[in-house]
Every structure is written in structure tokens, then in C-alpha cells.
Design a protein around this ligand. Structure first.
Ligand SMILES: [Zn+2]
Length: 622
């Protein structure tokens, strides 16, 4: 009945609301007013220009940069000089329909010699009836990255008797090209751009879309006299309305963390050939998102690599999914905090539990029931016992359980500054009063509830941060074109879902899960790691809504010295093993190890000396 619904496209209403908020903060109203005046005045100018044989030209604003937390450029803009040709300017042949081939050949010879190209290639471009990317019928791109000398030479020919007729139709233009430093590691996060009017670009997907208005700035106008070839004479400029360059964005992201995650996810894609996989690296003390990567991905500078559904632009860290057992630590935190269970209470588990005539199986204790005194809260988390979790879920009841999920921020939007941030929900968005016992039981172990990997990572952040939930932050600051900070996003406490002792107790259970439970593959000798596996059935709407595939998760922490860092890995429809322990924990491990190397965190003797569990053990899977 539940459907694993994923965010396909950012909700426009939500995005607009976010942008509107930003706009207010930044006094965008003023910018819009300037833009309005420019538009208004433009018409006036155009009329005037026509009467004086002058020409209106747009002045492009420079699109703002996106930098990582250390100021490393992740997206930047460079100007590209381009020469285009309008085939409509060619004289017609004797039929009067097609451009004269003889004339076209002369044009091709001249342009070829000036631009260092083969005349045959130029001819092909001029006479081609199909358009390349960025071209339209009356604007054939002859050459990109034209040098100033080549441009000057063209200008010279345009004034020279005997040549200027050939050069007629040639246009020198400057357009913006967006460069992405992170390669394909950050495509879903940063997004891409597509060419728009006046040689500028417009954002599509990710932050390029979310902050498009900010990044774009506003176009300026210049009214200039032109020479007979239509080339503006710079010294004869009459009126100018300046362009306003776009704002810059400083992220909380570390581009190296992006690369580390991207490499680990690429390996995961090879091993498990899933539909997709995501990784999040979060600083739970500040809420800063240090890494947020989704795969499949593509080079953001190559739009032709985008698949039909723009899959590579989908930020999987924000997709809603049924998480499965990674929810158990949250449920148990709520239960411990409410006092309906104590850390020492022992739960019997015969391997299943009947509820309203339906059987709920316990994967952990299917083949081996827990020994006397064994199944206490710590071991329920470590082994992922469903029966005990259903027990505490029912003791809590729907109201307290759902209320707890709300306090952990799982059923509201995270507030992250990115498109696609959606609120989680429980069973078909039902109100608490409508939830039956069976639903409450399922929610307790992570079914019949939809949450995003980012919201879960933040909730785990609250656990390892002594019960303090931080609002995830992706943007540190907005800067103006001169790199001055014009708006800062502060770190924000989002709430205190549970008391510190409960959070600390659960942090220690997560450690036990890695040492003795289902999370052994997240163990790293010399480092303190803790976390929880999750394996959820995924409903496939295309196959009648039945559960046919899986979502594998591992969410946990590694201590970088005294500082915990939360890492979440969610694997969508993995093959070659579908449990969280095999399809997510090893990827998590790779990321955690690489981060320790990147941050120069040395292993500690105390942990090496401690008994580490055999990481290859098959002691439970979920
Ligand atoms: Zn059990």
C-alpha cells in the first residue's frame, strides 16, 4: 500500500517560496525594479536607436561563482568569444531559393583563412540545415574560443572593399560558459546551466536552479553607433545601463569530500548495479553538509550526457523512501525518552510476532532466538530485532511515536537550501488518529513511513550530538560580485528531540552494532565507528505496487578525534546482495576511511587494542 515515491522534479511552489524568502533578505525587490526600468527603457532606446542608425546591445552580467567551504571554485563562469554566421545573408542562386554555393565557398575560404580552419569545414557549417547545440538557423557557430587577434582580423575585412560583402553575416559575440571543477561528483547538487537569451545561461537542477535569480544578476543595455557592417564602434557609445553581476554562493560542502564520496559511490554502482545511490557527510555539531553526492551522474558541462528523465540531476539525498531498520534507533530513543522501556529490560523473541492476525517476522532471530537475558535494548539495536521494536512501538502508541519522529525532524522539511526538500510522512499521509496498531508497529521499524536520507542523517546527528538536532546547512553565505558577504546563514538548533542520556546511550548501541551486530562491515581498525543497517522492501508502482526490490541503507558516525561525523549511504535497488550490511555498509566504510586520510586523523592505539569483531562474520544481515 505504501509506495516508494521519489522526488522527480523540485516542487515549484516550494522553490518559489524559498527564492522569495532569499529575495526579501537580499533586497532583490530593488534589483527587480532596476530590471523593470531597463526593460521599460529598452523599448524607448530601441526606437531611438533605429532613428539614429545606432544599435542596442545587451551587456551580460557575469554569473556568480559557487565555492566550497574553503573557497575552492566549484562552478565559475568564463567568457567565450564566438564567431557565428547568418546564412540568410548569402545571395540566392539562380533558382532564388537556395543560398549561392559559389558565394558561400568564397565566404568559407575567407573565414577559413582568418580563423585557421579548413574552408570545406566552414562551408559545411554555413550550408548545413541541421543545428548543433547552441545554434539556430540564422546563427551557425563557425568557431568557439576565437582569439582577440582573429576577431580584429575579421573586423578589418568587414571594412575592406572587396571583402566586406563576404564578411556580411558574420557576428562576433561573447557568451558565458560555465565551468564545473568537481567533474561529475557534484552534478545533482550543483546542477547545470543551459544557454539563454543575450548570451547568458540559466540554471537547471541543483543550486544553479535554486539560486538562479541570485547567480544571474541583471542584464545591462548599451546603445552604440555601428559601422556599415553592423559592428559597434566602442568609442561612439552613447548610452549605457550597467549590468549587475550575479551574487556568489559559499557552500558548507568540501569539494574533496565530494570527490571521496563520488569515488566510493562509483565503486558501489559497479558492484551492485543499483538504480542509484547517494551518500551524505554531515557535521552533526554544526549541521553543515560536507558532502552530498548522488549517482548515476554525468559531466555537468555536457548536456548531451543527460538521460531523458534528467536522472543525473536528481538529488537522491532528498528523495523520500521507506527506510526500514535504520529507523529503529530513532524509535528506541523515543521509547527510552518516554520511559516506556529501560536499557536493561529483556525482550523475548520467538522469531516473529502476530499482530491483528498478521505475522511480522524477525529476520534477526529467524534461525536463532536470543538467549536468556540477551535481548536488551543494546542488542535489539545491534541485531535489529523486529519483535522487540514492535513491542516498544505499541507501548508508545501512534501519537507518541509520530510525535517523536516529528521532533527528530523526520516529518518536516529539513530546510536545506536546495530544490527537492520535502517533508516526510507516515502511511498515506494519515493523521495520527487514523493509524491502526499494525501501522504503528510498522512505522516503529521503518515501514509505512517515508523520510529522506538527509533528514535521517540529521536525526542520527542529533543522537551523536547528545540529543541536539541541528538544521542541515548547505550554504554558508551569499557574497556580492566583489566577494563581500551580503548574507550569512547561521548554524541553527532545530530542536532537542531526546535527552542527552538517551542520545548517549543510543550512540553506544550504534557502536555495539558495528562491533557485535549487523554493522560489522562498518568497522575500521583504529577508529570508533557506530551505525545501523537498514534493508527495506521497495514498492514498485510499475509492477502492481508489490514489493519487488530493496533499499539498502547504512547510517552511522565515525569519530574524527573527538568530533563525530555522520555518514549516510542509501542504495536504491542493489543487486549482488541487497541487505544494508552488504550493499551499503562497505561503501560507508570506504568513505569513512578516506575521510580519515583526508583529514589526517590518526588511528588510536586504544581502539586498535580493543577487540574488533570479525568484519566478515555473517551474524545477521539486516
Ligand atoms: Zn527478534
Amino acid at each position: 500500500m505504501m509506495r516508494a515515491r521519489h522526488d522527480e522534479l523540485p516542487d515549484p511552489v516550494q522553490r518559489n517560496a524559498q527564492i522569495l524568502l532569499l529575495a526579501t533578505v537580499l533586497g532583490l525587490v530593488l534589483v527587480l525594479r532596476v530590471a523593470y526600468l531597463q526593460t521599460f527603457k529598452k523599448a524607448e532606446f530601441v526606437a531611438e536607436a533605429k532613428s539614429r542608425r545606432a544599435k542596442m546591445r545587451a551587456i551580460q552580467p557575469r554569473r556568480g561563482d559557487i565555492t566550497d567551504r574553503n573557497g575552492v571554485l566549484m562552478a565559475t563562469t568564463r567568457d567565450v568569444r564566438r564567431v557565428t554566421f547568418d546564412p540568410d545573408r548569402l545571395p540566392r542562386d539562380s533558382s532564388g531559393r537556395r543560398p549561392s554555393r559559389g558565394h558561400a565557398l568564397k565566404v568559407a575560404r575567407l573565414l577559413g583563412s582568418v580563423l585557421g580552419m579548413r574552408p570545406a569545414d566552414v562551408l559545411n557549417i554555413i550550408l548545413s540545415t541541421t543545428n548543433r547545440p547552441g545554434e539556430y538557423d540564422r546563427c551557425k557557430i563557425i568557431k568557439e574560443n576565437v582569439t582577440a587577434a582573429e576577431e580584429a582580423a575579421l573586423r578589418w575585412y568587414s571594412r575592406k572593399q572587396g571583402y566586406k560583402d563576404l564578411v556580411k553575416g558574420t557576428v562576433n559575440s561573447v557568451h558565458s560558459e560555465r565551468i564545473y571543477a568537481g567533474g561529475d561528483s557534484s552534478t545533482a547538487l550543483i546542477g547545470m546551466t543551459i544557454p539563454s537569451a543575450y548570451g547568458t545561461v540559466v540554471g537547471t537542477g541543483g543550486l544553479e536552479l535554486w539560486a538562479d535569480t541570485l547567480l544571474t544578476g541583471s542584464v545591462g543595455w548599451m546603445q552604440a553607433r555601428v559601422d556599415p557592417a553592423g559592428v559597434p564602434i566602442p568609442t561612439a557609445t552613447e548610452r549605457v545601463i550597467s549590468a549587475a553581476d550575479g551574487a556568489g554562493i559559499k557552500l558548507t560542502i568540501d569539494i574533496n569530500v565530494q570527490r571521496i564520496c563520488a569515488a566510493a559511490l562509483a565503486e558501489c554502482m559497479r558492484e551492485h548495479t543499483p538504480a542509484g545511490v547517494t551518500a551524505i557527510v554531515l557535521d552533526p555539531i554544526t549541521g553543515d553538509v560536507l558532502g552530498m553526492v548522488s549517482r548515476p551522474s554525468c559531466n555537468p558541462m555536457d548536456r548531451s550526457a543527460l538521460s531523458k528523465g534528467f536522472e543525473q540531476l536528481r538529488n537522491r539525498a532528498l528523495m523520500l523512501y521507506e527506510p526500514g531498520s535504520v529507523m529503529k534507533p530513532i524509535t528506541w530513543c523515543i521509547a527510552l525518552d518516554a520511559g516506556v522501556v529501560t536499557p536493561s529490560e529483556v525482550f523475548a523473541c520467538p522469531g516473529y510476532r502476530m499482530l491483528d492476525g498478521k505475522r511480522i517476522n524477525c529476520e534477526a532471530h529467524r534461525s536463532r532466538t536470543p538467549g536468556p537475558g540477551e535481548n536488551i535494548a543494546r542488542m535489539v539495536i545491534a541485531k535489529s530485532c523486529n519483535t522487540a521494536t514492535v513491542g516498544v512501538g505499541l507501548r508508545l502508541g501512534a501519537r507518541r511515536l509520530v510525535g517523536g519522529l516529528q521532533r527528530f525532524g523526520l516529518l518536516t522539511r529539513t530546510g536545506i537550501q536546495a530544490p527537492g526538500d520535502k517533508a516526510g510522512w507516515v502511511e498515506e499521509r494519515k493523521a495520527v488518529e487514523e493509524l491502526k496498531r499494525g501501522s504503528t508497529a510498522r512505522i516503529a521499524f521503518g515501514q509505512a513511513v517515508m523520510v529522506s536520507p538527509l533528514a535521517l542523517a540529521a536525526a542520527y546527528g542529533a543522537i551523536v550530538n547528545h540529543g541536539v538536532l541541528m538544521k542541515p546547512r548547505l550554504i554558508q553565505a551569499i557574497t556580492d560580485a566583489a566577494n563581500r558577504v551580503i548574507h550569512e546563514y547561521p548554524t541553527e538548533v532545530a530542536g532537542r528531540p531526546v535527552s542527552a542520556w538517551v542520545a548517549d546511550e543510543m550512540t553506544s548501541y550504534l557502536r555495539t552494532c558495528v562491533l557485535k551486530g549487523t554493522g560489522k562491515r562498518a568497522a575500521i581498525p583504529g577508529y570508533v565507528t557506530g551505525g545501523k543497517t537498514g534493508t527495506a522492501n521497495k514498492a514498485d508502482p510499475d509492477k502492481g505496487g508489490g514489493y519487488t526490490s530493496h533499499m539498502a541503507s547504512f547510517i552511522g558516525y565515525i569519530k574524527a578525534g573527538d568530533r563525530p561525523i555522520v555518514i549516510a549511504v542509501v542504495n536504491d535497488e542493489p543487486h549482488n546482495g541487497y541487505h544494508g550490511s552488504v550493499a551499503a555498509a562497505p561503501t560507508w566504510n570506504r568513505i569513512a576511511r578516506e575521510l580519515m586520510l583526508h583529514w589526517h586523523v590518526a588511528p588510536t592505539k586504544a581502539v586498535i587494542g580493543g577487540k574488533l569483531a570479525d568484519a566478515t562474520g555473517s551474524d545477521g544481515n539486516d
